[in-house]
Design a protein around this ligand. Structure first.
Ligand code: MSP
Length: 503
């Protein structure tokens, strides 16, 4: 029975078009899921769009269309961006779908029935961009601490989730589940919020119609965050298909950016407890992708669309760059110059060179037929180590380290060729041994790098004369030395990653 592996991205607001910050999480999630498919796991990869709330309603109004039309259009742009980036999600959830409305009403209805939602009056400051409330003490010069924009005073009768009742239970749960939030610095941040003591939160609105109606009091709609978080259980059959729900929950991996930690690491586990289900198994919190030292945002006009970079670099190099360039955890700075430099070093030179060299020499010295790898090649042990390091890094959700380990293997194979210089030697067993070993490294690299660069790895596979695709292989068997059978036609082809001029 394959192991279940359930991974989610945040669902993105449709107030704006997708940018490379959204793609950062989505590509990472996709690559991690592709890795798990190679391991033979039963993967469920969920992404989608968050379509209710004031921010989206205002974006629709500013564009002179109804919210539904606006969300239909914008969610299509996310779907289009993910198609272009080769994102293999298993489900794309939209919070305006009837299935989601039903689940939100069931899930929050369960909390209400169990007594943890009560009516009260809310009065305070609200930042529309955050879709979040702030206390006076949190404001900076009277403005939102994140967006530095004016906040709105609000007073309304709301339903409140009795979050204050969950302080101790959350602390106990964190104690019992030390890896529930990673990295540890983010776990400490979440614990810090909880230890301060938690206030009840207002979870409904009467001032807005664009949301999921509260089933027991239809004059109210649920506050967008409360509706959005529930998407993670809607998609796996909560309240609808219990066997399916049990298969995926609570062993979920939620990938999120650091600005939404409080919602996922404090509110969401408490909501799950209140509804009578287990809190999520893991929340992995990553940093921001900065452009010119700042987070991308609509207000700062520093958006970069994935399509613009794909046009220059291609999909594989795009994916590779964002997976490899910065550690997945801390903030990372994007620069076009840095992307060109890494492309030239890692793809045009390191991988591209290995492939074109090997294919050229096989053509010249072996009549274009690839020899089988010798069992005693010095590259065999190096490959085993590289596989172990690659697998361990993917397992701890560190794509940058995984790719670094795989690229060390490519580097070693290039170094081996340079030491042996098969291009200078007479054809014969010695040349065959060196080339067979290099072909075997390329075969294994095509499998190990396929979560990052699926199309390029398919092409490497094809040029080695191998049938099928690296994505159909199973690990660890496919990384075991000796799999390249030899006797296959090797094709040289044009450069896989032509060198780019520095920007
Ligand atoms: N709709 C909420 C999430 C609800 S989840 C139940 C939301 N949406 S968002 O469109 O603002 O997307 C936030 C997520 O997009 C971040 O948590 C992060 O995963 C990703 N990113 C958006 N900008 C980013 C960067 N500049 N850098 C890295 N990731 C970024 O919040």
């Amino acid at each position: 029975m394959p192991r279940p592996f359930y991974l989610t991205t945040p669902i993105y607001y449709v107030n704006d078009a997708p940018h490379i910050g959204h793609a950062y999480t989505t590509v990472a999630g996709d690559a991690i899921c592709r890795w798990h498919r190679l391991l033979g796991d039963d993967v469920f990869f969920l992404t989608g769009t968050d379509e209710h709330g004031l921010k989206v309603a205002q974006a629709a109004e500013a564009n002179g269309v109804e919210p539904q039309e606006w969300t239909d259009r914008t969610s299509e742009r996310f779907i289009g961006a993910w198609r272009q980036l080769g994102i293999t999600y298993d489900d794309f959830i939209r919070t305006t779908e009837p299935r989601h409305h039903r689940t939100v009403q069931q899930f929050l209805g369960a909390i209400y029935d169990r007594g943890d939602i009560e009516l009260g009056t809310y009065e305070g400051s609200y930042c529309v961009a955050c879709e979040d409330y702030y206390t006076e003490a949190q404001l900076i010069d009277g403005a939102c601490p994140v967006h530095h924009r004016p906040v709105t005073r609000m007073k309304e009768q709301n339903y409140f989730f009795k979050l204050s009742r969950y302080t101790d239970r959350l602390l106990e749960w964190y104690e019992a589940n030390p890896d529930a939030v990673r990295p540890a610095t983010k776990r400490n941040e979440a614990l810090g919020f909880i230890k301060q003591g938690l206030d009840d939160i207002s979870i409904t609105r009467t001032s807005l119609r664009w949301g999921v109606p509260v089933p027991w009091d239809p004059g109210h709609v649920f506050y967008v965050w409360y509706d959005a978080l529930v998407n993670y259980v809607t998609a796996i059959g909560y309240g609808d298909d219990d066997a399916r729900f049990q298969r995926w929950w609570p062993a979920v991996h939620h990938l999120i950016g650091k600005e939404i930690l409080r919602f996922h690491c404090v509110w969401w586990p408490a909501m799950c407890m209140a509804a009578g289900i287990e809190p999520p198994g893991e929340v992995f919190v990553h940093g921001w992708l900065l452009v010119g030292g700042e987070k991308m945002s609509k207000t700062r006009l520093n958006h970069i669309a994935p399509a613009d970079l794909v046009a220059d670099f291609g999909v594989d190099a795009y994916r590779y760059h964002f997976l490899r360039d910065a550690a997945f955890g801390p903030d990372g700075d994007f620069s076009y110059e840095g992307m060109v430099a890494r492309y030239n070093a890692d793809l045009a030179n390191n991988l591209g060179n290995l492939l074109s060299r090997v294919a050229t020499v096989v053509t010249k010295k072996c009549g274009g037929t690839g020899p089988a790898p010798p069992a005693d090649s010095p590259l065999a042990a190096i490959t085993a180590d590289a596989y172990a390091a690659t697998a361990a890094a993917w397992d701890r959700l560190a794509p940058h380290e995984a790719l670094e380990a795989t690229w060390r293997l490519i580097h070693e194979a290039n170094a081996h060729l340079e030491a042996e210089e098969p291009w200078k030697a007479e054809p014969g067993p010695a040349v065959d041994a060196v080339l067979g070993a290099a072909l075997e490294v390329l075969r294994i690299v095509a499998v190990l790098a396929s979560p990052a660069m699926p199309e390029a790895c398919d092409e490497v596979w094809r040029r080695l004369g191998l049938p099928g695709s690296p994505t159909d292989q199973r690990l660890p068997e496919a990384a075991t030395w000796g799999g390249y059978p030899g006797g296959l036609p090797v094709e040289k082809g044009p450069p896989l990653f032509p060198r780019m001029q520095p920007a």
